[in-house]
Design a protein around this ligand. Structure first.
Ligand code: NAP
Length: 324
């Protein structure tokens, strides 16, 4: 065979494999495009089903649906007060828990006057570990607890490296952010199972979804709560218990201190009242949600952010708690 013939044969072969490569790429592209379309359709469906459809059907009677009493831990500030008010506005009696008797009495008084429901308060400090629970157990005895909101949580005074935490602060994260939710569920769940109804909300945080340097203990405690809720759901859904992992982004609360852009309410940074008004409508509807539809949009976007970019951005956010 002449050299010219073998060269054109080679070119034809290269052309054929090139076409084959292009076809393969087209198939991969089509698969990817289909996957993206299915994901977007599914996200849109979930957004509408969780955040908009429940509002069409009005406000269900939570005391009938789950039970007469609700327990709210950390019920004297921001999210806790907002949850207490929203549940009270739906006719549920309340047990409020925090460390400060005066604040508890003031919140309970305001709620009784506004919503005409029964309230009980329990003063306890979850950071003291096992000591906190005998009094709580006594206070809850004989009450039909239908809803438990595990809201109590501590944040860093300011973001910092893990070793800059004192030993006491490390235990505080474990006892308050993790221990309290475990023990409260352990106290109320048997009664709920007996009555075959009840709802538990564990307030996690968006920081549970990816590593958060300089908030390590906080974000890890929130990841614990998220997994705790999801596993409990599989254990107890068949007993008629609804367990929700609530994953908010930023909420403008009076004790959080953050960059100027986050210290005012806005479309993506709701007030605690507005946030809770949305979040309560997802109770019984979604077992893992941000609770607030603009936060769900952010969560969808966050899924596409590579972990290292997320970690880099988080390590630069100065979001902390004015007082622990
Ligand atoms: N704010 C946000 O942007 C945001 C975002 C995502 C998730 N979250 C989560 O939402 C939850 C509430 O946040 P928040 O901003 O409303 O917090 P917050 O305003 O600091 O309220 C914390 C509540 O917990 C009580 N508390 C604190 N330490 C306690 C302890 N050792 N024992 C008993 N009660 C204690 C406080 O009451 P006393 O001081 O009277 O004891 C207060 O009522 C937290 O779990 C937080 O991680 C918040």
């Amino acid at each position: 065979m002449a050299a010219v013939d073998s060269f054109s044969l080679l070119l034809r072969e290269i052309g054929r494999s090139y076409n084959y490569g292009i076809e393969m790429l087209a198939v991969i592209g089509a698969f990817y495009a289909t996957k993206v379309c299915v994901t977007i359709l599914n996200d849109t469906y979930v957004l509408i089903r969780v955040h908009f459809v429940p509002r069409i059907f009005g406000r269900p009677d939570l005391s009938k649906q789950y039970g007469k009493w609700a327990v709210v831990t950390g019920g004297t500030s921001s999210l806790g007060i907002s949850y207490a008010k929203e549940l009270a506005s739906r006719g549920v009696d309340l047990i409020l828990i925090s460390r400060n008797r005066e604040k508890l009495e003031a919140v309970a008084k305001e709620i009784v006057e506004t919503y005409n429901i029964r309230t009980a308060i329990v003063v306890t400090d979850f950071s003291r570990g096992r000591e906190a629970y005998p009094a709580l157990k006594k206070a809850l005895e004989g009450k039909e607890i239908g809803v438990l909101v595990n809201n109590v949580g501590v944040l860093y005074p300011l973001p910092d490296s893990f070793t800059s935490l004192t030993e006491a602060q490390v235990w505080e994260f474990i006892n308050v952010n993790i221990g309290a939710a475990n023990m409260m569920v352990h106290l109320v769940l048997p009664g709920m199972v007996q009555r075959k109804k009840g709802a538990i909300v564990n307030v996690s945080s968006i920081s549970c979804c990816k590593p958060c340097p300089r908030y390590t203990a906080y974000s890890a405690s929130k990841t614990y709560l998220d997994h705790f809720s999801r596993s409990l759901h599989y254990e107890y859904a068949s007993h008629g218990i609804f367990i929700q992992s609530l994953i908010p982004f930023f909420i403008c609360t009076n004790v959080t201190t953050c960059r100027n852009t986050l210290s005012k309410t806005g479309f993506f940074v709701p007030s605690s009242d507005e946030y809770v008004r949305h979040a309560v409508t997802t109770l019984g509807v979604s077992r893992r949600t941000t609770g607030y539809w603009p936060h769900t949009l952010l969560m969808i976007l966050a899924r596409f952010v590579p972990e290292w970019i997320w970690a880099w951005v988080v390590s630069r956010i100065k979001y902390g708690q004015k007082s622990l």
